[in-house]
Ligand binder design. Structure first.
Ligand code: FES
Ligand SMILES: [Fe+2]
Length: 460
């Protein structure tokens, strides 16, 4: 190994720059406990075989042992607001119909006709009954059987057997999760610290203001992992270095299913020097896409105020005005930073008072070399006003850049930079002669954590 690499004892690798916890010490309002948690049990320094991404056998193991056992986010309650609204959720070879009933209850059914097996619905939509397009077998929205043409020919069928098979379903934060395993643990347990950490952010009250989906040319884990570390910022997103504390990030893992990264914003990266506070302020407003303003609009940073304080207060004022919420106790961290949680296996959601970005990555049908990436932004609306409807899903053609979805704003360019790496990663993994990734001890610890949990499903 290169003797210039400064090898520290396992579990102690950290950047020397100011840490997220030290930035919290500067907050002038009480810091909530969830931000003070700093938990990253040592995950060792083992290499990660590329087989886990490129081999068909590994995909088949996930298909047989992982996807049938996990709680997976499908859509949001607001996507199916009225009785009869339904959402088709496909994963590997499975198809699920998430339906809102006349009784307002949401249920998940196997999307397959009990006559000869056709999918009952090809796409999400609205209907007051579930009628198979092949011969017309028809179910009520609660899954009970209604009728079929020529009932005289089916005297051998029992009405009870004709109930649509139902899956486990749970909700949190306005998200609808399903689980194929009838013996699964309750969703509340599975989500671990997530509900507690999001106590200040009632996601179920927010509405989907942006909803963009695209097929991405990589295994689902490659895409998912691109959003689990800030280590790639320096090389991949160089335009944001003047206001992104990439190496200052904190990475936490909570139990098997939840991890987070916190990347401080409105401070320059430790990788660059000589950035003045005014530059940090101007660039974050113009380029981050997550601040209260999308440009500096002639604002002058006073000499004795840091960009982090200034933008923190600016966000506090404008976010509070827009939502009608009292944000006097919001920390600068919650007003500024990239605080990103994931729930195993494929769901990620941001904390904070700006739009909360949500990612979902899953295999594209049974293809392990492409995946479906869905990005939402959850927005607040003024207290007391009517909740806006969720926006329509914008499905981008796989050849299109994310900048073709103008609703993503500055995030479109950032996603394009991320996606550019993914196809090349796949190609390089196949060409590689070492056949494994040599992960960073700390900054890539969430990826180690993801694979540790995958193994708990695969190795049984
Ligand atoms: S396959 Fe559905 S009615 Fe025949
Ligand atoms: Fe990125």
């Amino acid at each position: 190994m290169n003797s210039k690499i400064d090898i520290k004892p396992q579990g102690s690798a950290r950047c020397d720059a100011i840490s997220f916890q030290e930035l919290l010490d500067r907050e002038e309002v009480p810091v909530p406990n969830y931000l003070r948690e700093n938990i990253n049990p040592d995950k060792g320094d083992d290499d990660l075989p590329f087989e886990r991404y490129i081999s068909r056998d590994f995909h088949l193991a996930e298909k047989a042992k992982l996807w049938p056992k996990v709680w997976q986010m499908t859509c949001r309650e607001e996507d199916i607001p009225e009785a009869g609204d339904h959402f088709v959720y496909d994963i590997c070879d499975e198809s699920v119909l998430v339906v809102r009933g006349e009784d307002d209850k949401i249920r998940a059914f196997v999307n397959a006709c009990l006559h000869r097996g056709r999918t009952l619905r090809d796409e999400s939509g609205q209907s007051n009954e579930l009628r198979c397009p092949f011969h017309g077998f028809t179910w009520r929205l609660d899954g009970s059987f209604s009728h079929m043409p020529c009932a005289w020919d089916f005297g051998h069928l029992d009405e009870v057997d004709m109930r649509l098979p139902q899956l486990q379903l749970g909700t949190w934060g306005g998200f609808i999760f399903i689980n194929f395993d009838d013996q699964c643990e309750p969703l509340e347990n599975y989500l671990g610290v997530l509900p507690d950490h999001f106590a200040r952010f009632p996601l179920h009250d927010y509405f989907t203001g942006v909803n963009v989906q695209r097929i991405v040319p990589s295994n689902w884990k490659v895409a998912h992992e691109a959003f689990m570390e800030s280590y790639h910022t320096l090389e991949t997103h160089s335009q944001i270095m003047t206001f992104t504390g990439d190496a200052n990030s904190q990475y936490d893992t909570f139990g098997d299913n939840v991890s987070r990264s916190v990347t401080p914003m409105a401070i320059p990266s430790p990788h660059i020097s000589g950035v003045d506070e005014k530059t940090t302020m101007r660039d974050i407003l113009e380029l981050s896409g997550r601040m209260a303003l999308d440009g500096d609009e002639g604002l002058e940073l006073p000499d004795d105020v840091s960009a982090r304080e200034y933008i923190g207060e600016l966000n506090r004022e404008i976010f509070a005005e827009a939502s009608g919420e009292n944000l006097d106790n919001a920390t600068h961290s919650e007003l500024l930073d990239a605080i990103l949680y994931s729930s195993f296996p494929n769901f990620q959601v941001w904390i904070g008072y700006h739009g909360n970005i949500v990612y979902q990555f899953r295999p594209n049908g049974d293809d392990h070399e492409t995946c479906i990436m869905n990005v939402r932004v959850l927005l607040r609306y003024p207290k007391g006003s009517q909740r806006p409807d969720a926006c329509e899903l914008n499905v981008l053609d796989p050849t299109l850049s994310f900048t073709q979805a103008p609703e993503l704003g500055a995030l479109g360019e950032v996603f394009d930079q991320d996606i550019d790496n993914l196809q090349a990663l796949h190609k390089g993994m196949k060409a590689s002669k070492i056949g494994k990734a040599r992960l960073a001890s700390y900054q890539e610890s969430r990826i180690r954590h993801l694979h540790e949990t995958i193994d708990k499903y695969i190795n049984v």
